[in-house]
Design a protein around this ligand. Sequence first.
Ligand code: ARG
Ligand code: ZN
Length: 879
Amino acid sequence: QPIRLVDYQPPEFLVERLSLCISLAADHTLVRATSVLHRNRDAAKKSGPLLLSGEHLELLEVRLNGEKVAPDAYRTTPESLEIDTVPDDFQLEVVTRLYPDRNTALSGLYRSSGMYCTQCEAQGFRRITYYLDRPDVLTRFFTRIEAEAESFPVLLANGNLVAAGRLPQGRHFVEWDDPFPKPSYLFALVAGNLSQIEDSFVTRSGRRIVLQIYVEEHNRHKCDHAMASLKKAMKWDEEVYGLEYDLDQYMIVAVDHFNMGAMENKGLNIFNAKYVLASPETATDQDYLGIQAVIAHEYFHNWTGNRVTCRDWFQLSLKEGLTVFRDQQFSADMDSAAVQRINEVRTLRQVQFREDSSPLAHPVRPEEYVEINNFYTVTVYNKGAELIRMLYTLLGEAAYYRGFALYIQRHDGQAVTCEDFVQAMADASGRDLSPFMRWYTQAGTPQLTIQESWQQEQGLYGLTVSQQTPPTPGQPRKVPVPIPLLIGLLDDQGNDLTATLSGDHERRGDDVLLEVTEAEQQFRFTGLTSRPHLSVLRSFSAPVKLHSFRTRDELAFLSVHDHDLFNRWDAAFSLSELVLLDLVTEDSADRDERGISDSYLQAMQSLVRSSITDLSLLAEALRLPTENYVLQKLEQIDPDRLYQAYHRGKQELAAFLETDLLDLYRKYRSTGAYRFSREDVGQRSLCGVCLDYLASLAAHRTDLTELCRSHYQEAGNMTDRMIALTAAVQLEGDLREALLADFEQAWHREPLVMDKWFAVQASSSAADTVGRVEKLLHHPDFSLNNPNRVRALIGTFGQNHFHFHHHSGSGYRLVTRVILELDALNPQVAARMAGPFVSWRRYDGQRQQQLRASLRSMVEKPGVSRDLYEVANKSLGDQ
Ligand code: ARG
Ligand code: ZN
């Protein structure tokens, strides 16, 4: 049943051009697809039937070179149309009927609120017509749309608008022509009563591009930030990568119902409204940052994804890893580079490392899949981006950009593989990068062990670095991978010694680059007068786990002195992790006597009092690792103990720092007009962290409760409002109820804001959380048909570690019930919601049983989707 990479065969037919006529009627849609096909000379098979993919379609007519094909000359299955005899070159006409209003899976053509829209990646086009729905079949698309004029005045598709006009009975049509050949997954169509904002961008070669964002009229005033982000992204890609936009028009449409973040359809991006709409009143700073990143990501796909696309879906990271790396570079240039990197690493460690050690672990280039939609993962996206970053580090900036240019020049207009990308990098740099391909094929997170040595007499400092990757499902034995290790050496005053080192070490900026290629390797440094302090894995130069080898004093030293801002944060973060782990694992007998160590409290206090001017960075340094991160180091996870230790540690730290936190809070608390600037975002972020700590002490402290209340009441923007609401929701009492009621009353007309209201309750640590989530399932505004709402309530609750794993099993039962119901409507989202069950083996016997029973009920559900089946079945493994 799974599809395997090794079985890849070139397509037997190629499509010269495709002309679509899509007619939207009140309760159905008619699609006439006319294509010109040729047998592919490069295919292994030179004869045989034509096999097209198609799902959920009513086939009305098939014509070959204008002649009707008799029904006994073709066969349909629920997934295909097979035509027995076809010549080598021919025209094919297929007419199908579909019912977009009933499409709850949100794949293919569907209705969202008042409009029609499409999502064709990965395999949604086959729900529109029978077709060679695979990324290595590229063709020129011509699209004619017909619809009722009054309800659907705006009709959009890919490319350039070439004709429009009226039709009888109040209908009208529009015709679009896309000059760039593309695979079907990049097709898009939109029909609705939409209003637009328009702007323009002049490219460096002087072409004027029209930029349009289409939204519902009442959201028109929320598009400015998205438009500004688009223009920044266009300019950045010209300046940094030398890439210019190619069509005359670039359109973005925001829709309320969307399975993922956004989609890079050629010339017509379709976005989850969450990544377009922003106003200070309705969106937080994090939303603003997310919009900027996703707008850029989809724009960058125009070259990395669309002009050069993927040969097959196993190569997904070819476009996604690369495009994520590009959007990360962009974000680093727009805002605080260190904070950007910190957030990337938090995601990697907390989400990707977990996936990589779970039953769902898979290589950046998977070898097989049952349902490709299950492989739009943090591994393919974010670990994939780290692979590109490692190439950048290994080759150096100049060779990296030469390699990138070569890749585009060689493969423009083609559907290629990850090897093709790495080969271009190898050719441009003159390096043999074949060992690097192991990063694409081997799953699991490498573990690095580091040993230091020092010989005072010779001034000789040595490092022994060894690597080892634990087994993952289907890959019991691992080989070493090439790891670029950026390091720095500091003296006791914190001065960087890198410049004074002798030996022929490669440099990358202020850092030394060590290339670890073997299972174990030695590195030596001479010319030192005293034992140096090691700053290792600077900027997180490789996606690896570091065996802790440094003393707490050493970490405290680095958290104050390291020149690499990322590593300074990392030292504080590692220190916090060690302290929290101590609290979780220490014997319950002496739990009350021992507190957290003084040296840790002192280190955190010197951070709070330090002169860090980047307030976002200071905020990140103070933010503790989450429970979901800390649990990775535990043999067997005890959710109750973890929760108690975590909150006890946080409270103790908050109590120790209380006056400092209050001082910081008062110093940076501002109630002026909202600006989305680095300084203001930093101030709000820092105040948010302070309030979060202070609220953890608020249970018996009316002064601190009042602080939350006034923060809410004085909030002039959504960022501050959510900071206060999040703090208040942790407290059981009047304040929580009052603020939740006020918020609901004020924002019930704004779906994206109501998502926050649902999510904040699902994430609460308060004792009654499961009961509240249960109640919210019956709230009139909750709907299984809206993925954003499902993610807000159920997705967030699944990440609420303590309550999801509540010993009564009530959290498990609630989520299981929702998943089973949702699977019949929207399999993609249902499969995502099963994530929190995957690592069931890590829990105690009783929880294991309950989690496993849940997974079984998913696997055994009559009519279970491929999506959910694959996730649940893999999680159960060979029991
Ligand atoms: N290519 C889109 C992106 O920018 C993701 C779309 C995936 N959609 C899906 N249903 N699998 O990352
Ligand atoms: Zn993407």
